[in-house]
Design a protein around this ligand. Structure first.
Ligand SMILES: C[S@@+](CC[C@H](N)C(=O)[O-])C[C@H]1O[C@@H](n2cnc3c(N)ncnc32)[C@H](O)[C@@H]1O
Length: 178
């Protein structure tokens, strides 16, 4: 899922990037290796932030924040690209989280969200506890309603989960410059 998300982000050499819900930090490491720009990681879990702080202590351009997707601690248009993997299921207010992504990504920047769609997640009994399930078209609508354009969906498969989907799109407003 991380590899697919990285591909969809289409990182350029100096891109600044935000990842929300970084967990163990596997994708953060890939992002740091793919850009020389500033990288922000947001996770709601204090232990995850502490763990990542230790793991990445030598990376001065990585900024870790303990916060929720629905209230990102970044200024407007702060990053070129943003992403989130296996995190959307936990958002209490998905429209608010998407509005936050739209706020912190510069016009013309890109967002990629990777998740297991409802039919996949239902194969796992744990989905009944605290997970909100999504079909691809529901996430597509969230992108459009938050002001993202050119939404592209890419499916891929792995050993676990079997199938997953990454939607990516462009933050509207590029035609006005930036
Ligand atoms: C299932 S883990 C996924 C971690 C990693 N992205 C991966 O795919 O392995 C979900 C992560 O999202 C974080 N999280 C849950 N709700 C969140 C929220 N509302 N805002 C930000 N992070 C959240 C959790 O603390 C956890 O680290």
């Amino acid at each position: 899922m991380n590899r697919l998300t990285l591909k969809q982000l289409d990182l350029q050499q100096h891109d600044s990037v935000l990842e929300v819900g970084f967990g163990g930090g596997g994708l953060l490491a890939m992002i740091l290796a793919s850009t020389s720009g500033e990288v922000h990681g947001v996770d709601i879990s204090r232990p995850m932030v502490q763990r990542a702080s230790r793991r990445f202590r030598r990376h001065g351009r990585l900024h870790l924040h303990r916060a929720s997707a629905e209230a990102l601690p970044l200024p407007d248009a702060a990053v070129d690209k943003a992403c989130s993997v296996n995190n959307i299921y936990f958002w209490g207010d998905p429209a608010a989280a998407m509005a936050e992504f739209a706020r912190v990504i510069r016009p013309g920047g890109r967002l990629a969200i990777c998740f297991e769609p409802a039919d996949e997640l239902r194969k796992w009994p744990g989905h009944e506890y605290g997970f909100r399930l999504y079909e691809g078209h529901e996430v597509h609508r969230l992108f459009a309603e938050a002001g993202f354009d050119k939404v592209v969906g890419r499916w891929a498969s792995g050993r676990k989960p079997d199938r997953f989907l990454c939607l990516s799109a462009i933050r509207l407003g590029a035609e006005r410059g930036a």
